[in-house]
Design a protein. Structure first.
Ligand code: NAD
Length: 437
């Protein structure tokens, strides 16, 4: 089957490459010429484990190609995926649909024969109706069916998630499209991937509901962590005690500095706006957004308190910048608020991240960058672990301490145990875990 994917970012590229790996003939389209040129040279513009090898293999096999020309790319395609960004619109938090609508308009005249247009981008309820309207009003002769097929992959595990998903939600309004979508995912279906067909609006809402729920779950355990700190309970054990209950489940119950990333912050905000638009307020999600916003900044106060209440002219080392490990994505990372909070109080901040420093340089002013965890600790009055990359999970604590001015470790991911850190003479602060007396 010939498939075109418009937008070759985290989702579009992974979708295109994995569909090619299933045996489909895929062209990935992006208007960013430098991205396409890099992909054609075999360079991967993002960091995602396993992606480079899969791109190389499928390009060599002739199943995967890249172009900036939307018209050429979609002409013979039976299916066109739209996987462009839907960021928060400046000022009001609504999902910015201008890229999605722009693609709909562009492809209206370019498609030929019956074509299934699939929205993979995360879009508010009713967007599929508007995409169909745009295509029909631009080209009344276009024979298209618009489908919603939201993506649930996680950055850092994107290929595995795409190839072995918990479910594939497909919202269709047209029986012909249903058959085509079943064919797109057939190679996966043999592996018993649960393909769930529903209507378009339900599929669109399912994505927001899932993300809002996960963001709420994280925020819930973060508030429990605060309560643990106030009461002397241990949040890791509370989470375990909760999570062993199958009705709750243990995932997304790790207390930390607050959620970030390219999805949860914008999708929760958009969900609040959708609720307002339909006169159906999303109070829990509204509260989640506000609790999480305050938490990110509160983490810098936690560091300041650990440093005796003042960080002016002190050096704070930051380990990890990306919103989670195994990605280079810095969008809405908690590290940004934490570092800004420290800089605002007069600290000198030195940071290191295995993949995120390139993007971080453009996002945060006034930070110095080091090339290893141990370099970050040099002359530091405190080291803050913000992102739990593997290389920060078993640091040589004696070595870390050696260069530091004062041995203070603030562990915002609860990677370490108090006793093992204290043994090395650190003063240690973590999230929601009592200090032994
Ligand atoms: P991204 O910013 O990494 O990629 C979007 C790409 O689309 C960019 O390369 C951009 O140049 C391209 N683009 C924009 N307009 C275009 C046009 N008119 N023609 C061709 N290309 C165009 O975004 P992403 O992280 O891949 O997210 C895409 C969508 O998927 C969003 O709606 C997001 O919410 C959703 N999503 C993302 C994730 C994730 O983990 N990143 C997971 C699930 C869903």
């Amino acid at each position: 089957m010939k498939i075109a994917v418009v937008g070759s970012g985290y989702v579009g590229l992974v979708t295109g490459v994995c569909l090619a790996d299933f045996g489909h003939e895929v062209v990935c389209i992006d208007k960013d010429a430098s991205k396409i040129a890099a992909l054609e040279r075999g360079e991967i513009p993002i960091y995602e484990p396993g992606l480079a090898a899969l791109v190389a293999g499928n390009t060599a096999a002739g199943r995967l190609s890249f172009t900036t020309e939307l018209e050429d790319g979609v002409r013979d395609a039976a299916v066109v995926f739209i996987a462009v960004g839907t960021p928060s619109r400046r000022g009001d938090g609504h999902a910015d649909l201008s890229y999605v609508y722009g693609v709909a308009k562009e492809l209206a005249h370019a498609v030929s024969g019956f074509t299934v247009v699939v929205t993979k981008s995360t879009v508010p309820v009713g967007t599929g109706d508007e995409v169909a309207h745009i295509i029909r009003s631009t080209n009344p002769d276009a024979d298209v069916a618009v489908v919603s097929n939201p993506e649930f992959l996680r950055e850092g595990a994107a290929i595995e998630d795409f190839k072995r998903p918990d479910r594939i939600v497909v919202g269709v309004e047209d029986e012909r499209a249903r058959a085509v979508m079943a064919e797109v995912y057939r190679p996966l279906y043999l592996n018993q991937a649960p393909l769930m067909f529903t209507n378009r609006r339900t599929a669109e809402l399912t994505k927001y509901a899932a993300n809002a729920f996960l963001a709420m779950k994280i925020t819930f355990i973060n508030e429990i962590a605060d309560l643990c700190e106030a009461t002397g309970a241990n949040v890791q054990e509370v989470a375990r005690g909760m999570g062993l209950d199958n009705r709750i489940g243990g995932k997304f119950l790790h207390a930390g500095p607050g959620y970030g990333g390219s999805c949860f912050p914008k999708d929760t905000l958009a969900m609040v706006k959708i609720g307002q638009d339909f006169d159906s307020p999303m109070r829990l999600v509204e509260t989640t957004v506000s609790v999480n916003d305050q938490r990110k900044r509160a983490m810098s106060r936690k560091v300041i308190t650990a440093c005796g209440g003042d960080v002016r002219d002190k050096t704070i080392g930051v380990l990890g910048l990306t919103f989670k490990p195994n990605t280079d994505d810095m969008r809405e990372a908690p590290s940004i608020d934490i570092i800004r909070g420290l800089l605002d109080r007069g600290a000198r901040v030195v940071a290191y991240d295995p993949q995120g420093m390139k993007a971080a340089r453009e996002l945060i002013e006034g930070v110095e960058f080091a090339n290893s965890a141990y370099a970050v600790a040099q002359d530091a009055h405190a080291v803050v672990l913000v992102t739990e990359w593997n290389e920060f999970r078993s640091l040589d604590l004696a070595r870390l301490k050696r260069g530091m001015k004062t041995p203070v470790l603030v562990d915002l991911r609860n990677v370490y145990r108090h006793d093992e850190v204290a043994k090395h003479g650190f003063s240690y602060v973590s999230i929601g875990r009592p200090q032994p007396v």
